[in-house]
Write a protein that binds this ligand. Structure first.
Ligand code: SIN
Length: 520
């Protein structure tokens, strides 16, 4: 086949549809069903500068500020300039975003300087996008969808990715070969006990890439969403930042609106700042949660029907009750290092969406930029392959990277250890959560330095999560500063000497400083 796409969220399906529209033969492999990706859970929406008073320059500035100095400026420019066209394309494909008086309704979320987030069904944006993309994919006869098919490892021959080893829907080992392979397998929220991510978010693509010696970057930057409903259900019900955009505020246990003293944007500060402010109070005051006060939102049931249903399910009425909230693992800002066309360090292997590190998120993703990331970078892969590109170039995150620099000995692991998912999640939550230090991270690094025997989907998922956990812990230990979503209690300052990325593959992370910006 011409193109094999692993993953069926916004990034994977966008890649598949663009390739199929060119007449290519495309396979989409998903371990669940076509529409069961993390995309479906997205509430807030898609950020894009769709017209005045907004501009691509403003969107770019907000993205760079949120990213805490680690965004790739070229990648961000690509994101904000190509974004509006891709959103319109998605609408032409059938996605219906909320309108008022014939105009798109725009919401504001943390870190945005003005409303620019389109949404659907109030707070069911991901579900509508997934529906539209799945319908479009089903209508294209040259897309072969393989559901309940688990990708195990990449097949690499003569220095090139030529497909995957997989377990088919009956659990039988099989090979799927393709001229080019796209990893769009999403993130790794299941590394943590408390996450907004569905059970499928087990870092499969990043784990496969690491085992094949493909470079990853920025994996220490796991973003925690500040306002997950503190309730035992998993994934944790998300209380979208759009609530704060519509007037909700955070309060501590004494009713104080504490974000007023934390940041000029108060409750709409970038997400890392809000999550850290909450986490500090929870630790210092030994509290299970703080409170989101959404009582000022009069039209709650119609504006936020998904959140309304989650609250009602646990006996809360957001119009009168304060909602208990605590941070939850939400989005991995790093991932498989790619150039501006989604090419990884392994020829024939491409990546987009949350699995990838395209450089647009830096140390902390701006709210609602992730759906846009998938929409923009997936078609760039297809266009690059169509133009004959076959290997990465030194652009985007791969700017200034000499592939030899990543050629380091593998991190030592104990063979044949034993670890279950819940144990791993507890270790990561205790040691590599919102607040970290050398002791907690060293404990994690020691605990995850094992290889588990894998024989079925569940154990392959734990193996993938362990692979990602090792890379995350190693980079988090090496980054002896606090920046964006990476808060080191023992190194509270952001330091200029860490203005660069940690790249990992088999061995210890390698630091590459950001290139100096050429003055305009
Ligand atoms: C939210 O709705 O708060 C989440 C949006 C995002 O993660 O981009």
């Amino acid at each position: 086949m011409d193109l094999l796409v692993l993953g069926s969220g916004i990034a994977g399906l966008s890649a598949a549809i663009h390739a199929a529209q060119r007449g290519w033969t495309v396979g989409v492999v998903t371990k669940g069903e076509l529409a069961t990706s993390a995309t479906r859970y997205a509430q807030g929406g898609v950020a894009a500068a769709l017209g005045a008073p907004d501009s691509t320059e403003l969107h770019e500035t907000d993205t760079l500020i949120a990213g805490a100095g680690l965004c790739d400026t070229d990648a961000v420019r690509v994101l904000v300039t190509e974004g509006p066209r891709r959103v319109r394309e998605l609408m032409a494909l059938g996605a219906k975003f909320d309108e008022r008086d014939g105009e798109l309704q725009l919401a504001i979320e943390g870190g945005h300087s003005l409303p620019r987030v389109v949404h659907a069904g109030g707070d069911a944006t991901g579900a509508e996008i997934e529906r539209a993309l799945a319908d479009a994919a089903h209508a294209l006869p040259n897309i072969d969808v393989r559901e309940r098919c688990f990708s195990v490892d990449l097949i690499v021959e003569a220095g090139r990715c030529v497909g995957i080893h997989a377990l088919d829907s009956t659990g039988r080992a099989t090979e799927i070969r393709a001229r080019n392979t796209v990893l769009a397998t999403g993130g790794a929220g299941q590394l943590f006990s408390v996450t907004t991510n569905p059970a499928v978010s087990t870092g499969d693509g990043i784990g496969m890439a690491l085992r094949a010696g493909v470079a990853v970057a920025d994996v220490e930057f796991m973003q925690f969403h500040p306002t997950a409903l503190d309730n035992p259900s998993m994934p944790r019900p998300l209380l979208s930042e759009a609530l704060r955009g519509d007037g909700a505020v955070l309060r501590d246990e004494q009713g104080v609106q504490f974000m007023l003293g934390e940041h000029p944007l108060a409750d709409l500060a970038p997400r890392d700042i809000v999550a850290r402010a909450i986490a500090r109070r929870l630790v210092e005051r030994r509290l299970p949660h703080l409170w989101l006060d959404a009582t000022a939102i009069a039209d709650f049931p119609t504006r936020f029907p998904t959140i309304w249903a989650s609250a009602q399910a646990v006996g809360l009425d957001p119009r009168t009750d304060l909602l208990p909230v605590a941070p939850a693992a939400h989005y991995l800002s790093g991932g498989i290092a790619t150039d501006l066309d989604g090419a990884s360090t392994l020829p024939g292997l491409w990546s987009c969406g949350e699995a990838a590190c395209s450089g647009v998120h830096g140390a902390n993703r701006l709210a609602s930029n992730s759906l846009l990331d998938g929409l923009v970078f997936a078609p760039r892969i297809i266009e690059a392959i169509a133009e004959g590109k076959d290997a990465p170039e030194p652009s985007g995150v791969l700017r200034g990277i000499d592939p030899g620099v990543l050629d380091v000995p593998e991190l030592p692991v104990q063979p044949e250890g034993a670890m279950g998912l819940a144990d791993l999640q507890q270790i990561m939550t205790a040691g590599a959560g919102v607040l970290r230090d050398v002791k907690s991270l060293e404990t994690v690094a020691r605990a995850v330095a094992i290889d588990v025997g894998a024989h079925d989907v569940g154990s392959f998922e734990v193996r993938n999560l362990l692979t990602v956990a090792r890379a995350l812990a190693a980079a988090a230990l090496a980054r002896e500063e606090s920046r964006g979503t990476h808060t080191r209690l023992d190194f509270p300052e952001t330091l200029p000497e860490f203005s660069g990325r940690f790249f990992g593959c088999a061995g210890p992370p390698v630091f590459v400083p950001l290139p100096a910006e050429v003055p305009a």
